[in-house]
Design a protein around this ligand. Structure first.
Ligand SMILES: NC(=O)c1ccc[n+]([C@@H]2O[C@H](COP(=O)([O-])OP(=O)(O)OC[C@H]3O[C@@H](n4cnc5c(N)ncnc54)[C@H](OP(=O)(O)O)[C@@H]3O)[C@@H](O)[C@H]2O)c1
Length: 366
């Protein structure tokens, strides 16, 4: 067994607020695996909006603005986390850890030692999957991957047999499980025309690839400056992020004035036009609201056109193993925008918030 140092480097979140709540530590205690855990030597960990939203307290119902990364609510807020409950600090964030298993608990398979694994971020009550009180997210309700070592329940890790680098693998877990779950919820299949908002980002680029994998027609919405990069994902059409007349832009690009599915992670002021773009019986599925969580809805649009709305957050247990198979079969490709060393996490997070990149940003440990 590899020798594991007693202390490690870690970025530790000390409370909700601004960047000052993220503290660099070079002597943080290395965790020890419990009976059901594996200890992972982290190689790389992807950034996600949930790190930003949790740090800033954006999930609180009292916040109605777009995500900016600025402190939104302080440690006194009652509902600052994704699940609506206060977090326990200090906390190591980072949902997308990729690394090598270096030790296992009594109930975990010793054959995992030495294997490179990805982590399914959904912490569940594995003895009773219907127990919603047992839900947590890796890097939120338990420590995550912005450290040299991390623990995961053995049921949450899978070895990955792939030529991809660990940094590339660290772009997948959060975004792609979210996207696949959205497509499952909305039953996206061949024959669907799927409009994807935020298509240059983590979940959006995942939605494009995973909807295409199902032989659906994909229409991406993204900032003009990012169209060339989004083109690499081969959507059937690309529209501007905020067209003056969405239906006319759709018609011009696809020959249709409507879509069957809107897969939305942006929300905000564009919401009404997205709903307008759904034909009769259309499905709207949402996993995020980066441009603003509070929107106007004309209920006549919902009922007169027989629309169905889906919220999507907690993935079903089949989603992560399916994702690993898609990776191993090279059915999806990573969109790695840039990497930063772990100790530059704040710089990396500022670049992530600035949104000049396409795909995802990752911190690496070596
Ligand atoms: N429910 C869940 O389990 C879950 C999981 C993952 C993510 N999410 C949520 O989904 C949302 C997107 O996540 P992501 O990881 O895909 O984000 P991301 O990588 O940051 O991408 C978001 C994209 O949205 C576009 N955008 C449009 N309007 C924007 C605005 N006002 N501010 C910032 N960006 C805007 C940007 O593209 P253009 O510049 O091309 O417009 C950007 O590339 C976030 O709110 C996140 O919290 C939820």
């Amino acid at each position: 067994m590899t020798s594991v140092p007693k202390t490690m480097r870690a970025f530790v979140l000390t409370g909700h607020g601004g960047f000052d709540k993220l503290e660099w530590n070079e002597n943080w205690p290395t965790p020890e695996p419990g009976d059901d855990d594996v200890l992972i030597k982290v190689h790389a960990c992807g950034l996600n909006n949930t790190d930003v939203n949790t740090r800033s307290g954006w999930y609180s119902k009292s916040v109605v603005e777009a995500t900016t990364g600025e402190a939104q609510s302080d440690d006194g807020a009652e509902d600052p986390s994704w699940g609506g409950a206060p977090l326990v600090f200090p906390r190591i964030q980072g949902a997308d850890a990729v690394g090598t298993v270096v030790a296992v608990g009594r109930n975990a398979d010793p054959g995992l030692v030495g294997k490179r694994v990805m982590v399914d971020p959904w912490q569940r009550n594995w003895n009773d999957l219907s127990d919603q009180s047992g839900l947590g997210y890796f890097g939120s309700e338990c420590d995550g991957g912005f450290a040299d070592y991390t623990l995961a329940n053995v049921r949450n890790v899978l070895p990955v047999n792939s030529e991809l680098s660990s940094a590339e693998l660290a772009t997948f877990s959060c975004s792609y499980t979210t996207a696949e779950n959205m497509l499952n919820r909305a039953q996206v299949a061949k024959g669907d025309r799927v409009l994807v908002t935020g298509a240059s980002g983590g979940v959006g680029s995942a939605l494009l690839q995973l909807a295409k994998r199902r032989s659906a027609v994909t229409i991406a919405m993204a900032s003009k400056a990012k169209h060339d990069d989004v083109e690499r994902l081969a959507p059937d059409a690309i529209l501007d992020r905020d067209p003056d007349d969405l239906l006319a832009a759709l018609h011009q690009a696809t020959g249709h004035r409507s879509v069957t599915v809107v897969a939305d992670i942006v929300g905000g002021p564009a919401f009404c036009s997205l709903i307008d773009a759904l034909g009769r019986g259309g499905r709207y599925v949402c996993s995020g609201a980066i441009a603003g969580p509070v929107v106007d809805l004309d209920l006549r649009q919902l009922y007169l056109r027989d629309l169905t709305f889906y919220g999507s957050t907690v993935t079903t247990t089949d989603v992560f193993p399916a994702l690993v198979q898609y990776i191993e079969r090279s059915e999806i490709k990573p969109m790695l925008a840039s990497t930063f060393p772990l100790d530059q996490l704040k710089v990396a997070q500022q670049a992530f918030i600035d949104k000049k990149h396409v795909g995802n940003i990752v911190v690496t440990m070596d």
